[in-house]
Design a protein around this ligand. Structure first.
Ligand SMILES: Nc1ncnc2c1ncn2[C@@H]1O[C@H](COP(=O)(O)OP(=O)(O)O)[C@@H](O)[C@H]1O
Ligand SMILES: [Mg+2]
Length: 257
C-alpha cells in the first residue's frame, strides 16, 4: 500500500496530466510513518504533580495503538509529548530518530505538519465553512489557498463528507463535526495520527463512523495512536493496547513482534 501511495505521489508530482483516478487515490496516502520511542519519560507539572512516571515504550511505523487507562492516567500528556506540545521533564521522546527535545521550534513545527491530532471536542473554527476548516492546515503548511481547498475537497469527498463542504460547524451533529475534525487532521497526509478520546461525546453509531475513518488512515499507511477508555472501541479494531495508570505504564509498552 505504501509503495502504491509513493508511486501515486510521484506521478502526481511529475505528470501534470495525471488522471483524475490517480489524484483521487493519492488523496488517502500518508507520509512515511516513523518509529516512535520513549525512553524513561517523566512529566512533572508545576509545582510538583507527576503526570507520567518513567514511561518507556516503542511504537513501530504503521501500528494501530490504543492508549488506555482511567481518567487522570496521563493519556493526554503522552499524546501532547508525541505532538511536541509538551517537553518531558526527564527522559527522551524520539520520533523517526529525532530527539524532540533537541528539535527546536522549527523542527517541532515541521514535525507537527506530519502529525494529525484530533481531540474529544472537534475544535472546528465556527466562522469558517467545513471546506475552509479542513483546508486550513494545508495552507498553514504552505499550499496555495486554491490547492489547499482542492486537497480538502478531494479528502472530504473520499471520506464520504462531500455534502458537508459548505456547511458551518454549528449546523453539524457532534458525529459529523468529529469526522470533519478527522479530515482536517488528515489533510496534510500525516504519517502519525493522534486521537484523544475522539468518540467520548458521541453516540455509538457516530463513534463507529469516526473509528472507520481512523482505520482508513491506518490502511493508508499512517501510524495511529488512539487514546480511549471506551471498551467498545477497544473491541472494534485490532490494535495493541498500551495501558497507563496514575502516570505509570502498566501494560503493552513493547511493540508487537
Ligand atoms: N497543565 C497541567 N498542569 C497541572 N496538572 C496537569 C496538567 N495537565 C494534566 N495535569 C494532571 O496530570 C494528570 C494526567 O492528566 P492527563 O494526561 O490529562 O490524563 P488523562 O488524559 O489520562 O485523563 C491529571 O491528574 C491532571 O490533572
Ligand atoms: Mg485526557
Amino acid at each position: 500500500m505504501i509503495i502504491l501511495c509513493d508511486l501515486a505521489k510521484l506521478a502526481k508530482r511529475h505528470l501534470l496530466g495525471a488522471g483524475r483516478d490517480l489524484r483521487r487515490s493519492a488523496s488517502l496516502c500518508y507520509d512515511s510513518p516513523r518509529v516512535i520511542r520513549l525512553y524513561h519519560v517523566s512529566k512533572v507539572y508545576p509545582p510538583r504533580f507527576t503526570a507520567l512516571s518513567d514511561v518507556s515504550l516503542a511504537i513501530e511505523p504503521g501500528e494501530f495503538v490504543f492508549l488506555t487507562g482511567p481518567s487522570g492516567a496521563g493519556k493526554t500528556t503522552l499524546l501532547r509529548l508525541l505532538l511536541g506540545a509538551e517537553t518531558p521533564t526527564v527522559g527522551q521522546v524520539v520520533i523517526g530518530g529525532r530527539n524532540l527535545v533537541r528539535l527546536g521550534r522549527r523542527g517541532i513545527a515541521k514535525l507537527r505538519r506530519s502529525t494529525g491530532m484530533v481531540f474529544q471536542d472537534a475544535k472546528l473554527l465556527p466562522g469558517l465553512p467545513v471546506l475552509d476548516n479542513v483546508a486550513l492546515p494545508a495552507e498553514a503548511a504552505g499550499e496555495s489557498s486554491k490547492e489547499a481547498r482542492r486537497k480538502a475537497f478531494a479528502l472530504l469527498r473520499d471520506l464520504g463528507l462531500k455534502d458537508l463542504v459548505r456547511r458551518y460547524p454549528r449546523s453539524l451533529s457532534g458525529g459529523e463535526q468529529q469526522r470533519v475534525a478527522l479530515a482536517r487532521a488528515l489533510v496534510n497526509e500525516p504519517g502519525l495520527l493522534l486521537a484523544d478520546e475522539p468518540t467520548g461525546n458521541l453516540d455509538e453509531e457516530s463513534a463507529r463512523r469516526v473509528v472507520e475513518l481512523m482505520v482508513r488512515a491506518h490502511s493508508g499507511g499512517a501510524t495511529v495512536v488512539l487514546a480511549t477508555h471506551d471498551p467498545q472501541l477497544l473491541g472494534a479494531v485490532s490494535g495493541r493496547q498500551i495501558t497507563l495508570r496514575a502516570g505509570h505504564l502498566v501494560d503493552g509498552g513493547a511493540a508487537a513482534e
